[in-house]
Design a protein. Structure first.
Length: 575
């Protein structure tokens, strides 16, 4: 019987044959098993095991005669199950991706074979049913790509970044930490595996209702550690799954390998920026990835701030020729937020979804599930009743929600019924941009004249805008609660912000930064070199949504904004 690596190691009276990957019989597929047996061959006792995952089996055996042990374990079942000789001509598996073209998995490589089997698990396949951009296809019909394709793209991108690391380490005469590298690559693949339906919109609901298993980080850790994924990772090390989960959960990268997974220039961001641009069809936000990679280096930099220097640390550094490409990269991310991620219609759909799910889960918790219109065994009902159960969290995805709309629209509860109908027919509430009113009020306009030259005045203006936002939001939500009763909310308020780039002082170390090597000044944070990046302000959203034709609600919004600004400035303003 053939195996791909027949090197042997003498251990006592036994000969250990290295692990080999074999095509598994149909009877073993989709059901991981472990067989451990002892056999006596020529008066010598040998031990071995077979671990079957998906379509392949890993044979780790101590055998004095090639194949005797495997034959002995399967016994008479060998011919009926395996159907003849075992072969290791596995070749490669390829995925055709719209962004990266061919993504290849070399099944003769143990690590990549395990990665391929992770993709086959039910937990990873579930990501086919979770869209990457949630409700964005309400605006961009092509934006129907999923967390599944994105996750595979992140792995592919991470693999390219790791090759840069590998070349640097080998050229320096050092040894690649293969285990750390593989842990980081595996983390890149499964980093999004815990996302619920509509991803971040569902997380917002969980935060409001204090549901821990609505947090994708929490669900990801549980899936990696407590499901089939752990068993598939086991051939790479008993604690391999735990290490992968730790990398994903880490607030900051611990080393250069981790930075591939979590930084401001990581594989996740490099994939979703390009993929989301491609699938939405927006023509801005392009980045020159090939040029960035061609100029990407690894260098040692100081790890510490001011009077607390730490030992130098290796991290990614871009060469001087990539400066403008790096600048464009940050600007591209900034542009994606107003055009795609924070689009007013997408956010309106998310607000309606939040109203619906918050109301439904609340009624189910109170024993009023019959008012939701959902069957008692529906996945949403089971999750609401037992939100701490991983199984229930795994059963929620976008298709479960869309499939429930007909039930929800027929609910006896008017809030659920209206919200479901609005999402089904894309009847979204109308948007009023409140941030524009606050930003361009007289108090903000005066400070804006010197914003670019006086950081203190700029900071004071931001504090004033924050006070105005908080006051307006509080009053509008109070009015809506008082005047909506058991109806769909008459005013929905949306507040969000995103900083496209965090300079060194705001981040957690050089591993998180985008660093540029300059001929004169050495390695510097790009925010120190680029006045464009240094001047980018946090992108903020402050909007109110009102139902079409609700003139009283719209009047309330206008008058509230005017009153709060007048109180702040000491006089009535026209806004």
């Amino acid at each position: 019987m053939a195996h791909h690596d027949n090197r042997t190691t003498q251990m006592g009276s036994s000969v250990i044959i290295n692990a080999g990957w074999y095509k598994a019989p149909p009877a073993f597929r989709r059901q991981p098993i472990l067989v451990t047996k002892e056999a006596k061959v020529d008066d010598t006792v040998f031990e071995g095991r077979i671990v079957c995952y998906g379509s392949y089996a890993l044979w780790k055996a101590a055998s004095g005669k090639d194949g005797n042990l495997l034959h002995w374990i399967l016994g008479k079942r060998e011919r009926s199950i395996w159907g003849g000789a075992v072969t290791t001509s596995l070749g490669a598996q390829r995925i055709r991706d719209p962004l990266h073209d061919l993504i290849v998995f070399d099944l003769k490589n143990q690590f990549e074979c395990v990665i391929w089997q992770i993709i086959q698990t039910p937990q990873f396949q579930r990501l086919r049913r979770v869209k990457q951009l949630g409700f964005s296809d309400f605006v961009y019909p092509g934006a129907t790509h999923t967390r599944f394709s994105h996750s595979i793209g992140v792995f592919h991108t991470a693999r390219r970044l790791m090759e840069i690391i590998r070349r640097h380490i080998l050229s320096s005469g050092n040894q690649v930490q293969e285990h750390q590298l593989n842990v980081a690559l595996a983390a890149a693949l499964v980093h999004d595996i815990g996302h619920g339906m509509f991803s971040h919109a569902f997380e917002g609901i969980g935060k409001k209702l204090h549901i821990e298993m609505a947090r994708h980080e929490r669900v990801s850790a549980a899936m990696i550690k407590d499901t089939e994924i752990r068993r598939v990772f086991e051939p790479l090390g008993r604690c391999f799954a735990d290490e992968v989960a730790d990398v994903i959960a880490g607030e900051k990268p611990g080393n250069l390998y981790d930075a591939v997974v979590s930084s401001q220039f990581d594989a996740d961001r490099l994939d979703y920026m390009r993929r989301d641009r491609l699938m939405t069809g927006v023509q801005n936000s392009a980045i020159d990835l090939d040029w960035l990679f061609a100029n990407l280096e690894v260098a040692k930099v100081q790890n510490g701030v001011d009077d607390e220097p730490l030992p130098e640390i290796e991290t990614f550094v871009l060469g001087p020729k990539a400066f403008h490409a790096a600048e464009t990269y940050v600007l591209a991310l900034f542009q994606l937020y107003p055009t795609v991620y924070f689009h007013k219609a997408t956010r309106a759909a998310e607000k309606v979804f939040s109203v619906l799910m918050t109301r439904a889960i609340g009624l189910i918790r109170e024993g009023g599930e019959e008012r939701t219109g959902l069957p008692t065994n529906h996945p949403i009902v089971r999750f609401a009743k037992e939100p701490d159960q991983l199984e229930h969290a795994q059963n929620l995805d976008d298709t479960v929600f869309w499939g429930s709309l007909s039930f929800l629209e027929a609910a006896s509860d008017p809030i659920i019924a209206e919200a479901a109908g609005r999402l089904k027919d894309r009847r979204l509430p109308k948007c009023i941009d409140l941030y524009a009113k606050v930003r361009h009020s007289s108090c903000s306009q005066k400070s804006a004249l010197i914003t670019q030259t006086n950081a203190d005045v700029r900071k004071e203006a931001e504090k004033r805008e924050e006070r105005l936002t908080t006051s307006i939001r509080t009053r509008l939500e109070a009015w809506s609660d008082e005047n909506s009763a058991d109806r769909f909310p008459r005013i929905l308020v949306d507040v969000a912000e995103r900083t496209p780039y965090k300079p060194f002082g705001q981040a957690t170390g050089p591993l998180k930064q985008i660093l540029i090597r300059t001929p004169e000044q050495g390695v510097r944070d790009m925010a120190e070199l680029s006045p464009v990046i240094a001047s980018i302000e946090t992108f903020r959203v402050f909007r109110a949504y009102v139902r079409e034709g609700d003139d009283d609600a719209r009047r309330c919004v206008d008058e509230t904004v005017a009153d709060v600004i007048a109180e702040e400035t000491g006089g009535r303003e026209n806004v």
